[in-house]
Design a protein around this ligand. Structure first.
Ligand code: HEC
Length: 139
């Protein structure tokens, strides 16, 4: 299977980035609502998406001469870890700080790739509104 994947052309990096954008958006609304379980889930999915990109697009032309498989973890792993720590503490202030750090990490790679115009920041309206962000009512 791994051998077969190697022979397939890599997915389009811009497409893979769209998934990151969705996860990044949902993480914000879940954390803002204090829905820590949902936020923790989203940051996990974001981490998985990052790993998927590293594996399938580790040599992405957009980042040459740098190697995406090296740049992505070095830029994103500390930001993801800080976010997970903030969520584990159910700390809203730490969440917002970690979120801005995460967004800055995304943007720093775009800058490195010569696409500084792709600036990632806090969303102002949810991308989709059919997922409930409010935490379940306590009984
Ligand atoms: C390792 C480098 C790297 C990291 C880290 C990274 N990106 Fe990107 N991103 C790119 C590159 C390169 C492009 C341009 C892709 C292209 O040319 O199609 C891009 C493009 C994008 C786009 C535009 C996609 C489009 O075609 O409309 C979005 C949105 C995006 N990234 C979101 C994010 C988010 C959100 C994060 C963080 C969670 C992130 N990126 C982290 C390298 C990165």
């Amino acid at each position: 299977m791994a051998e077969l994947e190697k022979r397939l052309p890599p997915p389009e990096l811009g497409q893979q980035m769209l998934e990151l954008q969705i996860r990044h958006d949902r993480l914000w609304w879940a954390g803002k609502a204090g829905n820590w379980n949902l936020a923790y889930f989203m940051v996990g999915e974001l981490g998985e998406a990052l790993r998927g990109i590293e594996q399938t697009n580790g040599d992405a032309a957009e980042l040459q001469p740098q190697k995406l498989s090296e740049v992505m973890p070095s830029v994103m792993t500390p930001a993801i870890k800080t976010m997970q720590e903030a969520l584990a503490k159910h700390d809203r202030t730490a969440f917002v700080k970690a979120y801005d750090q995460l967004s800055a990490a995304c943007s720093s790679c775009h800058q490195l790739a010569g696409s500084a115009f792709l600036h990632i920041e806090r969303p102002k309206t949810p991308l989709l509104d059919n997922l409930r962000y409010a935490p379940p009512a306590r009984r």
